[in-house]
Design a protein around this ligand. Structure first.
Ligand code: CA
Length: 718
């Protein structure tokens, strides 16, 4: 086309018009110069910007309390769907969105990023870092991601395969990308970065995958590494990276560095500008079993601890170890809240923490002194915490000393996991999701470090759910979940809301006197903050594990939640995680407002498939061999004892049980595009055959049990 003067003029007019549109678009009331124009001043005073949610915990103190009160206990009954946005993945969704000047930014499974108009849900841009599907085998707990950080026109993403990527918040185009890991090791990133004083902070996961934990700081503009703090010592024959690690090395024995050691920083951080301290939660030991990791004992610093670091240098100022000599997967990576409360009659600057080990800690954040630790649910590994030493008083079964499996509570799921808590300064209560789930721990007869399986260092067959129907029923019914309101000033539970499943969502509280939580059975609820009375509920059609946020656009309040069932619970625990009515796991972002007019399409029901396995003809010895292989290599994703928890395929129903496609998949890697790698490096054809024999045995066992119970199998496939 020949360019005439007239149409050149037209194009210029159109460009001007579109520029004007984007100006008057989302968040125009705040007159942002450009998207995600977040700086130090705004983050330090995030609490005064009630309508925005600029960092994953809303403020540096991570209280996840919204000062918005337009939606409140009086009118929450009129809260209705304003818009929804369907995701392109049906894996677990754990992200807390950021909402900055009318634009919402969030991550999905597989580390993808979505930017939406926060008032309408209209897509602004999306970004896919194209995580190689085969990296999923390195993730203990689903291909999840918990969110982003924002700074100076950019949003920052940590990817499952260990990259830290800065995206232009206007376009979603990468500005820089840096690899934060040595890809020879099985690190994964699932946590949200934070930005403090121009540095992007990011850790990683992989304690079960033989890695050494650390947190790094990168320059937000260039992606250049500023500092790295390892949470545990490396090979002591080499120079220690800092004096804190030299001290820590005295608390380890054996050759832990050859096994990784763990202590990964895979989620929680909080920052206190007054004290200029960054608080970081560290993970469990790797392998779990201390007798393997550090054979002559020791506290194994700084596993399962809160460490306080200088955000400029990574220098450690203090630490408090919650679980010395950790050996149960008791991470301290759970959400850390900075709060000022009256404790023992005095105003105190504290951290509030409910890690996996079942104790609620109130810690003086100026120096790490323990002020109080009380169990927030039933536990049997310790009777309390000695306030003189700050150490737990362990019970006799805690360290699973005997030849029989020890039923320790809580188990590796913890009594509270990564699901964010909320501190409401109006009630003074902390709201969080608690679950009761024990575990059968036993030391293995032999330990072998594998490159393609998790390395727990426990007997994975002894830990299996017993198949005696009565015992199984009793165990499954003992696994429970609830939302709890906890008063940290008195260290007592104020109220609880029982849930139908153990694994539920993160929490938001608001100045409207409300607590919001999504549930594993697919409801999004508002409860009265003071007493837990249920005031509102909306069926979101998929299980929820993520935490909600509240924000405003043009003065109107919204409450938004990412839905999509996943995380570790519906993967490794298997049958315990199954819900009576499975739903298609459609991931969505949902936003609600008073008088919202949107609706969801009808829920997609799952038709239960029919169990039709080939006959079980393998010898008991082959089945037993296959059981160990399955529990070691397969159960982490396809479910304990070959029953899927409902997200990934239930192999009892697999057509590959009857033909050679089983070997093409397990050894040939024919489904690698789904994340199912080839295990040929560690499993022989005989091994793969034995694993199949075990699955066939279990499928026939399930069939027989369902026939004798007079119904269809209570286990279903997605
Ligand atoms: Ca772990």
């Amino acid at each position: 086309m020949r360019m005439t003067k007239q149409n050149t003029f037209g194009i210029i007019l159109a460009l001007l018009a579109s520029a004007a549109c984007s100006r008057s678009g989302p968040g125009a009331e705040n007159q942002p110069a450009r998207p995600a124009a977040v700086d130090a001043a705004r983050l330090l005073h995030a609490d005064s910007e009630a309508g925005n949610w600029m960092t994953t915990g809303r403020t540096y103190g991570e209280q996840r309390f919204s000062p918005l009160a337009d939606v409140n206990a009086q009118n929450v009954g009129q809260l209705a769907l304003a818009w929804s946005y369907d995701l392109d993945t049906r894996r677990g969704q754990e992200a807390t969105p950021l909402v900055i000047d009318g634009v919402m930014y969030f991550t999905t499974a597989w580390s993808k990023v979505v930017a939406l108009d926060a008032a309408t849900g209209a897509r602004v841009w999306t970004y896919d870092p194209k995580v190689p599907p085969e990296w999923a085998v390195n993730a203990c707990c689903d291909v999840v991601n918990r969110g982003l950080a924002a700074w100076n026109g950019k949003v920052f993403l940590g990817t499952l395969d260990g990259r830290l990527i800065a995206l232009d918040a206007a376009s979603g185009k990468p500005v820089w990308s840096t690899l934060t890991i040595d890809p020879a090791f099985r690190y994964t990133i699932t946590g949200a970065p934070r930005v403090v004083k121009g540095k992007v902070l990011i850790g990683n996961g992989g304690a079960e995958m033989s890695v050494r934990g650390y947190i790094s700081a990168y320059d937000a503009e260039t992606g250049k590494l500023a500092w790295r703090f390892y949470t545990i010592p490396g090979d002591p024959s080499k120079p220690f990276e800092n004096p804190a690690l030299e001290k820590a090395a005295k608390t380890w024995t054996g050759e832990w560095w050859k096994l990784g050691g763990g202590g990964t920083v895979w989620d929680s951080m909080a920052y206190d500008a007054d004290l200029d301290l960054l608080y970081v939660g560290t993970g469990n030991g790797g392998p779990w079993n201390e007798r393997i990791r550090s054979p002559r004992g020791g506290d194994n610093l700084y596993l399962a601890s809160i460490v306080a670091l200088r955000p400029d240098t990574g220098e450690m100022v203090w630490y408090y170890q919650e679980t010395p000599g950790e050996m149960w997967d008791y991470t301290s990576t759970q959400h850390i809240i900075v709060a000022d409360i009256t404790f023992d009659g005095k105003p105190r600057k504290v951290l509030l923490h409910a890690p996996k080990n079942g104790f609620f800690y109130v810690i003086d954040r100026t120096n790490g002194e323990l002020l109080s630790a009380k169990p927030y649910t039933f536990i049997n590994w310790a009777t309390g915490v000695d306030m003189k030493t700050g150490r737990p008083v362990e019970t006799g079964i805690a360290r699973y000393p005997g030849p029989k499996p020890a039923p320790v509570v809580p188990g590796p799921l913890g009594a509270h996991s990564w699901q964010p808590m909320s501190f409401d300064p109006q009630t003074g209560f902390v709201y969080f999701s608690v679950h009761d789930a024990g575990f059968l721990y036993k030391s293995p007869e032999h330990f072998q470090k594998n490159a393609l399986s998790p390395n727990y260092g426990i007997d994975v067959v002894a830990a299996e759910l017993p198949q005696d129907p009565n015992i199984k029923k009793a165990i499954i019914s003992s696994v429970k979940g609830r939302l709890v309101a906890w008063d940290p000033a008195t260290q007592t539970q104020v109220w609880e809301a029982p849930r139908t499943t153990a694994w539920n969502g993160g929490v938001l509280s608001t100045a409207g006197g409300l607590v919001f939580e999504g549930t594993g059975d697919g409801n999004f609820e508002a409860l009265r903050a003071a007493n837990g009375e249920k005031l509102w509920s909306y069926f979101v059609q998929a299980g929820v594990v993520a935490a909600p946020v509240a924000y405003t656009v043009k003065g109107e309040q919204y409450v938004a939640i990412l839905v999509g069932w996943g995380g570790v619970f519906p993967l490794a625990p298997g049958e315990i995680a199954l819900r009576p009515k499975p739903l298609a796991n459609i991931g969505r972002m949902l936003a609600f407002k008073i008088g919202g007019k949107a609706s969801l399409p009808p829920p997609v029901e799952i038709t239960p498939p029919v169990l039709n396995p080939p006959p079980a003809t393998a010898s008991p010895a082959a089945v037993a061999k296959g059981e160990r292989i399955f529990q070691t290599y397969c159960a982490g994703c396809h479910g304990d004892a070959a029953v899927s928890g409902g997200i990934l395929p239930d192999l009892r129903y697999s057509s590959s049980l009857s033909d050679d496609s089983w070997f093409n998949i397990v050894l040939g890697g024919s489904l690698v595009g789904n994340g199912m790698i080839s295990f040929a490096k560690e499993l022989s054809r005989d091994d793969a055959e034995a694993a199949r024999a075990f699955v066939i045995y279990r499928a026939n066992q399930s069939l027989a049990q369902s026939k004798s119970a007079g119904g269809s199998p209570g286990t279903k496939k997605h």
